[in-house]
Write a protein that binds this ligand. Structure first.
Ligand code: NDP
Length: 595
């Protein structure tokens, strides 16, 4: 079957919709790209509003492993290391406790967007049954603490501590870790799990410092101002700037609580149904037989890759892939080509986005407001959102959508926010403006990494990441980067990548420690071969130059060679997980050299 024989999209004129997508993108492209954003400064940089910082003496100690970052990455790596018999593990984090993104992002309504049963790591090991299909923030934070306690990771943890420098000491075969608390720590191995979204950013809107009311970023929610249940907002006029995944979750709670709420929108999110529900303990007990979470994680990757025989996840991420797989299965074997799959996927995307836009009409009563809430781009141009109360909020008389037709806020004044030529006087401005993403690794980490012969990671990666498996870089022995690119790159569930990376690190470090090996480093040949391999990957389905600007496509700007390296294993996440499992099981650690 040629791809031309695929049935036409139902109810969508693809040609005209494609034109509309491009027109909406063009409206939003701007020459300053990602530099339209700045970091939090002055009154926004309020430190840690959740845990008081306590004084302590600087430390000068050695540990076998230092994990930088106490979010899912540090916790799961730490847990797996302990299981592998490596007991001496120190986690360092700038926060006052474990949790990473779930420590900082305590905005009302925060919940996971991938089903809890695969989003929360180590559920089987800890015996925790998530209370809901999509657990809320406090439960996820508590789960992080549970992992920390169960694996004795608290004893050696250093909280409210930021690494300021990481330097390889070749004579001693170890890393020297400096911190903002004056520590001078050493470690044979370091892992870096700094998280993809941990540096909050603000739009550089003129007048932002002039506002006389109260303002804060969603990543540093000010419960002192709002009250723990937002009760102090009852008589307040509040503006929230931004309508990404954070805002979609926070707006329903704000809408219930505020006197008046103004939702300032530059680009609407696509908001599909959520379908959250409490976990049925009987279902869970039946499903959770030994190895259950591993099976679900593998199934998620297999469904997205089109190779599963059943969808055990059944959420908004697997829905389209599963539908596509079923449609492909109806074709004779010889016609199930990649070209047909791509055509079907494109058609499914147009149909899905049409359905999501139609959903707005069925929920939002005011016709004009509904039109402005419709997303005109391919589904993976921006982060897909799921919510059963967000669109409904705009039916409340106190909740006003301020659509700026792609232009954004014009300025902030002493009294409020100017958008579309009108000033909205408010008591409080909440910035749901996201996080720094596409800048260099060492800029976001906040410390430089100086490896063998004084070479910095910034210089080594000047033209983009160079790794084996997304983890090892030549010249940086005994250091492991924990992040998705050049590995599985399974963006729909970042914990899938972390859980797998932790198994790899535990296997390598466990082997080195057991056999008394001092150093492990990727060979130059293995690194080059891997970089060459990943660059044969198809461009990611996420973002792309035709997309409306956002962090998925570096605000529409070409990232050059660095962007081309932000790819995954060419055959996709499921294939990567199978490949790396065999690599670990072989025990030869091909591509690494030990001494
Ligand atoms: P985003 O970067 O997704 O959204 C920022 C928002 O601010 C966008 O709507 C953006 O508009 C808007 N904005 C920026 N500048 C201006 C301006 N000058 N005027 C008006 N609006 C402006 O940040 P989020 O915090 O929402 O989400 C970031 C990521 O965090 C998500 O994509 C997701 O990966 C993760 N996340 C995960 C959650 C989960 O799993 N449960 C929940 C929340 C977030 P525009 O679109 O036009 O750029």
């Amino acid at each position: 079957m040629s791809t031309a024989q695929v049935r036409p999209a139902t109810g969508v004129d693809i040609t005209s919709v494609r034109e509309k997508y491009l027109a909406e993108r063009d409206k939003r492209l701007r020459p300053d790209g990602a530099s339209q954003y700045v970091r939090l400064a002055d009154e926004f940089d309020i430190g840690d509003p959740f845990t008081p910082v306590t004084e302590r003496e600087p430390l000068a100690e050695h540990t076998t492993v230092v994990c930088i970052g106490g979010g899912f990455s540090g916790l799961v790596v730490g847990a797996r290391l302990k299981e592998a018999g490596v007991e001496d593990v120190r986690i360092i984090d700038k926060a006052g406790d474990f949790g990473g993104t779930w420590y900082w992002n305590r905005y009302p309504g925060a919940q996971c967007d991938t089903t809890s049963y695969i989003y929360l790591p180590l559920l089987e090991e800890t015996g925790h049954m998530p209370t809901e299909k999509y657990a809320h923030g406090p439960e996820i934070l508590e789960h992080c603490q549970r992992i920390g306690q169960q694996y004795d990771l608290y004893d050696q943890a250093l909280f409210h501590t930021e690494v300021t420098d990481l330097r390889w000491d070749a004579d001693e075969s170890r890393w020297v870790v400096s911190t903002n608390r004056g520590d001078r720590l050493t470690a044979q191995f370091v892992t870096m799990g700094i998280g993809p979204l941990h540096v909050p950013k603000l739009p550089a809107i003129p007048g932002i410092g002039e506002f006389a009311g109260h303002s804060f970023h969603t990543n540093r929610w000010d419960y002192g101002y709002t009250g723990e249940s937002l009760e102090k907002l009852a008589d307040k006029r509040v503006a929230i700037i931004g309508t990404g995944a954070t805002s979609v979750q926070a707006v329903p709670r704000l809408s219930e609580a505020c006197g008046e709420l103004f939702v300032i929108q530059r680009t609407p999110s696509s908001v599909d149904a959520r379908g959250n529900r409490p976990t049925d303990p009987e279902w869970f007990a039946e499903m959770a037989t030994p190895g259950w979470q591993r099976r679900l994680l593998a199934n998620f990757a297999d469904v997205l890759g089109g190779v599963a025989t059943q969808d055990l996840i059944q959420d908004g991420w697997t829905e389209l892939s599963w539908q596509l797989r079923n449609e492909m299965a109806t074709l004779p074997a010889g016609e199930r080509t990649m070209a047909t799959r791509m055509t079907l996927a494109e058609r499914a995307d147009y149909e899905k986005m049409d359905q999501i836009r139609s959903r707005v009409d069925t929920i939002v009563a005011d016709h004009d407001t509904a039109q402005h809430l419709k997303a005109w781009y391919r589904r993976l141009c921006k982060r897909p959102c799921f919510h059963d109360e967000y669109l409904q909020s705009f039916n409340s008389p106190n909740t006003h959508l301020v659509d700026t037709d792609g232009k954004g806020v014009e300025r902030i004044t002493a009294k409020g926010v100017v958008a579309g030529g009108q000033e909205y006087e408010v008591d409080c401005v909440i910035y749901a403006s996201g996080f720094e993403v596409n800048t260099g690794f060492t800029r976001r980490s906040g410390y430089e990494v100086t490896g063998r012969d004084g070479v910095t990671l910034t210089d080594r990666w000047a033209d983009g990441m160079r790794t084996l498996h997304g983890m090892h870089t030549r010249g940086f022995p005994n250091a492991f980067v924990v992040q998705p690119s050049q590995g599985a790159n399974l963006i729909a569930n970042v914990p899938s990548n972390i859980v797998d990376s932790a198994a790899t690190i535990a296997a390598i470090v466990g082997h080195a420690v057991r056999d008394g090996l001092r150093e492990v480093e990727v060979t130059a040949e293995a690194e080059q071969a891997w970089v060459d391999l990943v660059q044969t990957a198809q461009p990611s389905a996420i973002g792309g130059p035709d997309c409306t600007p956002g962090y998925y496509n570096n605000e529409g700007q070409d990232q050059g060679s660095a962007g081309l390296r932000l790819v995954g294993y060419p055959d996709g996440p499921a294939a990567f997980f199978r490949y790396i499992e065999q690599w670990r099981a072989a025990g030869a650690f091909e591509g690494l050299e030990f001494q």
